[in-house]
Design a protein around this ligand. Sequence first.
Ligand code: KG4
Ligand code: ZN
Length: 340
Amino acid sequence: MEKDVKILAIESSCDETSAAVVVNGRNVLSNIIYSQIDIHTLYGGVVPEIASRKHIEKITQVIRQALKEAECTLDDIDAVAVTYGPGLVGALLVGVGAAKAIAFAKDIPLVGVHHIEGHIAANYIENKELEPPFMCLVVSGGHTHLVKVVDYGKFEILGITRDDAAGEAFDKVARAIGLGYPGGPKIDRKAKEGNPDAIEFPRAKVAESAYDFSFSGLKSAVLNYINQAHMRDEQINEADVAASFQKAVTEVLTEHAVAAAKEYHMDKIAIAGGVASNSALRASMKAACEKAGLTLYHPSPILCTDNAAMIGAAGYYEYINGTRHGWDLNAIPNLKLGER
Ligand code: KG4
Ligand code: ZN
């Protein structure tokens, strides 16, 4: 039997400082997440400089706690995996610096991981039977990607957003309705009291690319709707706006993902990223997949939003495929998926 591979994983690309210990990519021994959301809420969004400073304050504590909860020490760790892009450069640098220091001190391999590859790999943790190939819809605050997962670490990007990411649209619309930050979970909750068919918001199609997305037109339509109501001195029904907006987003995401799975003859679809915990998206994907005879996979909510366990899952497959980074590993804010 092959020896187990125990990876210490670190994630600090945005506003979560996280460390995890993951065995063989699928068995999570610990996943410590320190969220800075409360601090950034004061400003209505993530303030990069504050994020970097908080990561510096918390990173050592989070790593220590991850090791403690996993009941191991650095001597038991086979490799260190770390998110090195995409993300906020100052935030990424904190995790990359910590990972390099540990790998150097313990003389163990350093494996840089793409953040989106991590989100996709979050699906492996609770779905032990899931293996590539499959279609994956990655929907987060910074990204909206429709990806054909050809093999572990091998991707074909079929569609991306031309403007706002899905989560970004949720956050901006929530702010306009007055729900506050972070918008996704708040719209999700508010929409439960509303009628998704109350207002007909546009479903944007990108003419030359069937699988690309565009959410800025939808966001503008919602903002116009709210402004016009204010000009007429009318109250908007917040729950109806939230539910109708949410339906417009999730309908397009679902249609694209299912159409791509059919065209590329995939029988499995996974969803990933913060927006993958949205209840309307899960429901519409579930219904569409059942109708089309596709199996749907998704991580539980805590593994949808940023966390280090997903980096440990992706890092394991990079590690066994031979990916190794040197001491010159740097943060790459606009790292492309599949780049190493
Ligand atoms: O994956 P993530 O933690 O960070 C990025 O890599 O961007 O995603 C955060 C995004 C935020 O925009 C947040 O509003 C959104 O995911 N989000 C949701 C829900 N939970 C988080 N959007 C819609 N419904 C939710 N339940
Ligand atoms: Zn993320």
